[in-house]
Design a protein around this ligand. Structure first.
Ligand code: ATP
Length: 367
C-alpha cells in the first residue's frame, strides 16, 4: 500500500496561555512512501517523528494537509478503519493474558463482515506467531518472556489483522544492544516476508540506515531529505543531514573558497572549480582522508586506534569544529606515531562544502 503525505501539518496550541507560542510539530510534509517498502523516519528528539506516525495512524488529526493510502483519502478516517498495525516502544501487552490471547485479541473485536470463526482466528494467530518465531511460547504470560520476545508478541499482534500499513514507534529502544541488533534484522525479515509497507520511527541513524529502503530525515518539524540510506549519506543536501548520518560522524572544518580552491587554515586542500569566493563549512567523511607524505591537509597527530581491518587516526586541527578529527584508514597503512603531524590528501567525493549562513550544500565538480 502506497502512503502519500500531502502538505501534512500538525500545530499544537500553546500549553502556556501567556506566551501563546504554538508548536509546529510537523511543517508541510509532502512525500510518497512506495508500496511494500520499509521507511525509517529519522531525526533528533522533538523533530516530529512520532507526530508524523500518529497522523498516519489516525491517532492524531492533522491541522492541515491530506493523507492517502493508495488512492483512498484517509485523512478523516478513524484509526480502526485505516487498517494500520501499531507497535509502540512499550509493548503494552495485556499482562493477565497469555501470548495467544494477546495475539487473538484484535481479531475477537472484529465486527460485521470482518467477523471470523474461532478456527480462522486461531489459524491467523499461529501464522502471525510463526512469522515472528514465538509460536512455541503461546501459553506463556508476558511476564514470562524476555524483552525481545515481548516485542515480537507486540509485532505479531499488530500483524494478525493483516494491516495495510505497519507503524513502529521506536520499537527497539527498550532492548539491550545485542537484542536490538537481532530484532532489527527480524523486523527487516518480517517486512520482506509480508511485503507490508512499514514505517518505523527512530532517532538512531545507524538503525535506520541498516534496515530501511528509504530514510526520511527531519529536524524541528521540517523535512530535510528523503532517499535510500546510502544515497543520503553520499549526497547530503545540508550540513545537518551530513552531521546526522555516519559513525564516526563527519569532520567539520571552517574554511573558505578562494579562486576555485578550497582553503582550510592556510592550506589549499582541494580544487573546487566554479565555486564563488566565500567562507564555508567543510565536511569530510572519516573515510575521505588518505595519509600521504605530501598530503595537503596537516593535522596534529594524537593517536592511532587499530580496529582490525581499519585504523582510526585521531588528530586535531585548529579549524575543526569537532574536538577531534577522525580518519578511518586501512590498517595496513602505517602511521609514524613519533611524528607530531599527520598529512592527508582528501578524496574529493567524500568532501562536502556548505554555505556558512544557510548551511546548504554547495556543489562542485568532482574530477
Ligand atoms: P522523540 O524522539 O523525543 O519522541 P519526536 O521526534 O517523536 O521526538 P514528537 O513527539 O513528534 O517528536 O514532537 C514534536 C514536537 O511537538 C515537540 O516539540 C513536542 O514537544 C511537541 N508536541 C508533541 N506532542 C504534543 C502535544 N500533545 N502538545 C503540545 N506539543 C506537543
Amino acid at each position: 500500500m502506497k502512503v502519500v503525505l500531502q502538505n501534512l501539518t500538525k500545530i499544537f496550541p500553546s500549553r502556556n496561555k501567556k506566551s501563546g507560542e504554538e508548536v509546529v510539530a510537523v511543517n508541510d510534509f509532502t512525500f510518497e512512501i512506495p508500496d511494500g517498502k520499509l521507511i525509517g523516519l529519522l531525526g533528533p528528539s522533538g523533530c516530529g517523528k512520532s507526530t508524523t506516525l500518529y497522523m498516519i495512524s489516525g491517532l492524531q488529526k492533522p491541522t492541515a494537509g491530506r493523507l492517502f493510502f493508495g488512492d483512498d483519502d484517509v485523512t478523516e478516517l478513524p484509526t480502526e478503519a485505516r487498517g494500520v498495525g501499531l507497535v509502540f516502544q512499550n509493548y503494552a501487552l495485556y499482562p493477565h493474558m497469555t501470548v495467544k490471547q494477546n495475539i487473538l485479541f484484535p481479531l475477537q473485536n472484529l465486527k460485521g463482515a470482518d467477523k471470523m470463526t474461532k478456527a480462522e482466528m486461531m489459524e491467523r494467530a499461529y501464522q502471525a506467531a510463526k512469522l515472528v518465531q514465538i509460536d512455541n511460547l503461546m501459553e506463556r504470560k508476558p511476564s514470562e518472556l524476555s524483552g525481545g520476545q515481548q516485542q515480537r508478541v507486540a509485532i505479531a499482534r499488530a500483524l494478525v489483522k493483516m494491516p495495510r500499513v505497519l507503524l513502529l514507534d521506536e520499537p527497539l529502544s527498550n532492548l539491550d544492544a545485542r537484542l536490538r541488533l537481532q530484532t532489527r534484522e527480524e523486523i527487516r525479515r518480517i517486512q520482506r516476508e509480508t511485503g507490508i509497507t512499514t514505517i518505523f520511527v527512530t532517532h538512531d541513524q545507524e538503525e535506520a540506515m541498516s534496515i530501511s529502503d528509504m530514510i526520511v530525515v527531519m529536524k524541528l518539524g521540517v523535512l530535510q531529505q528523503i532517499g535510500a540510506p546510502q544515497e543520503v549519506y553520499d549526497d547530503p543536501h545540508n550540513l545537518f543531514v551530513a552531521k546526522f548520518l555516519g559513525t564516526p560522524p563527519i569532520n567539520v572544518f571552517e574554511g573558505s573558497v578562494q579562486s576555485g580552491k578550497l582553503i582550510i587554515g592556510d592550506e589549499t586542500v582541494l580544487d573546487v572549480p566554479g565555486v564563488a569566493d566565500q567562507d564555508v563549512y567543510i565536511g569530510i567523511r572519516p573515510e575521505g582522508f588518505v595519509p600521504e607524505e605530501n598530503g595537503a591537509l596537516s593535522c596534529q597527530l594524537n593517536s592511532v586506534e587499530v580496529m582490525g581491518r581499519d585504523s582510526s587516526v585521531v588528530s586535531t586541527h585548529s579549524a575543526s569544529l569537532n574536538p577531534l578529527v577522525r580518519a578511518i584508514i586501512d590498517s595496513d597503512i602505517k602511521i609514524d606515531l613519533a611524528s607530531e603531524t599527520v598529512r592527508f590528501s582528501l578524496k574529493p567525493h567524500k568532501v562536502f562544502i556548505f554555505n556558512k549562513e544557510t548551511e546548504e550544500r554547495i556543489y562542485f565538480e568532482v574530477k
